[in-house]
Design a protein around this ligand. Structure first.
Ligand code: NAD
Length: 428
């Protein structure tokens, strides 16, 4: 009989990139604690489907440019796949695959009936007009029509995409069907079936998780000095929520660099400035610092809310925080993770900490399907309940198994997906 190696050659898979390898290495670290049968683990190491498209778009000056786009669906075991769409110059198939894998564990950890997906278009959204972005979004959505649907794969905003992007996706899909299908995307404007509180959900969820961690660590959140990397949807709202709970935000940053004031920053005014100007570029108060310097500031809580791969083997030994909260996806590399584990700096892992977004997205989808809408307080309370429940399960596994919070969160998510796949069986 031929060996497994002889029948299946798994080298050089198209999505094999450093980020994907990080996602799989984390999976492998969690497997021994999650009781996953070998054949089930092997299936979960690969996305079910990876789709590459090219989108021709007419620019405002009449030229046409073709943009590469991707959608990766990792697992449909628990339900439709769910995940963000990003517009960024670094989007690749491998990046989408890694993010889709993390989405699967995140949805399972929060006990949402979804699997993970991720997609995006490689482009420079900051150099594009609204009209160009609209044409790109509509063409990308059209290209995805064969593989998306409210019971198949549901998109949401991510880096450089927002409620308007989701409105264009929803409209493009609905035009093909001949009637309004709000449940095809989440994170859309409230006027077309979006959910109140979705915009704030990820950033507010980050702070709910930090607050729960502070309770367990017996720290007073109001006494913590915080640094926030990334001042977009996640970082901007998280900074705001931290200030509202009495914490001090010493520094924030975005692509234009960082701003530092040891006495604390005026976050509401800075948010209004960043909203009006597109970034913190030109913000005059406080000390200007680089993103590298910001990460190494002395503080209690470092919130990573920009992008992946920020804490690495190179800088992890220089961090001077007591706790890290991952608002972004994959902001800590494997080497960075190992150093922080050694230094006993706890990390509130991405799949738990930023899960507020997908949880309120799930609430939005449920409301759209039922055509019955909830109010802000109901949503906030249901979100806190779900995040606290997930946090407590993660904390318990970490204590029992003596593993990091990241491994514990992965174990909780992977275990549920594995049990479901075992019950369903590997088709055919
Ligand atoms: P966003 O585009 O609204 O904000 C990103 C922010 O990071 C911007 O302020 C940008 O200037 C800044 N940034 C980009 N590169 C940077 C760098 N090298 N150094 C410092 N700052 C940098 O995007 P977002 O929705 O806030 O997403 C941020 C992260 O959170 C991503 O990893 C995303 O996948 C993750 N996330 C977002 C959501 C959501 O609901 N929006 C949910 C879960 C996870």
């Amino acid at each position: 009989m031929a060996s497994v190696e002889e029948v299946g050659l798994h080298d050089h898979l198209e999505w094999d990139t450093p980020l994907y390898r990080t996602a799989i290495a984390q999976f492998d670290q969690a497997i021994p604690y999650a009781n996953v049968p070998v054949d089930i683990a092997e299936r979960l190491r690969y996305p079910e489907r990876a789709f590459i498209v090219s989108c021709p778009v007419r620019l405002d000056d009449g030229r046409r440019v073709v943009f590469p786009g991707y959608r990766v669906q990792h697992s449909s075991v628990l339900g439709p796949t769910k995940g963000g769409v990003r517009f960024d110059q670094e989007v690749t198939l491998g990046e989408c695959a890694a993010l889709a894998v993390w989405m699967t564990w995140k949805c399972a950890l929060l006990r949402l009936p979804y699997g993970g997906a991720k997609g995006g278009v490689r482009c420079n959204p900051r150099a594009m007009s609204q009209g160009e972005l609209e044409r790109l979004t509509r063409r990308f959505t059209s290209e995805l029509l064969p593989i998306i649907g409210p019971q198949v794969d549901i998109a949401a905003p991510d880096m450089a995409t927002n409620a308007q992007t989701m409105a264009w996706m929803m409209d493009t899909y609905s035009m093909q069907r001949g009637f309004a299908v709000p449940e095809i995307v989440t994170g859309k404007p409230i006027s077309i079936g979006g959910s109140v509180f979705r915009h704030e959900a990820t950033g507010a969820g980050v702070v709910m998780v930090i607050a729960r961690a502070c309770e367990r660590l017996e720290w007073k959140l109001a006494e913590q000095r915080c640094v926030v990397q990334g001042f977009g949807n996640v970082g901007g709202i998280a900074a705001q929520e931290l200030v509202e709970r009495g914490a001090t935000v010493l520094a924030v940053s975005d692509v234009s660099g960082g701003v530092y004031d040891p006495a604390g920053l005026d976050i509401p005014t800075m948010s209004a400035f960043a909203k009006a100007n597109g970034s913190l570029e030109g913000w005059a108060t406080g000390q200007r610092i680089s993103n590298e310097e910001l990460l190494e500031l002395e503080c209690d809580i470092l919130v990573l809310a920009a992008r992946e791969d920020q804490i690495t083997g190179e800088n992890a030994s220089r961090l001077r925080c007591r706790l890290i909260a991952e608002g972004a996806n994959g902001p800590t590399s494997l080497a960075g993770d190992a150093i922080l584990r050694e230094r006993a700096i706890p990390i509130l892992p991405d799949i738990l900490t930023n899960a507020g977004g997908v949880t309120v997205s799930y609430f939005e989808w449920v409301q759209d399907l039922g055509r019955l809408f909830w109010n802000r307080d109901e949503i906030r309370a249901k979100l806190a309940e779900k995040l606290n429940d997930a946090f407590d399960r993660v904390w318990e596994i970490a204590g029992e198994r003596e593993v990091t919070l990241r491994t514990a969160a992965l174990v909780a998510g992977i275990r549920d997906v594995s049990e479901a796949l075992t019950a369903r069986g590997l088709y055919p």
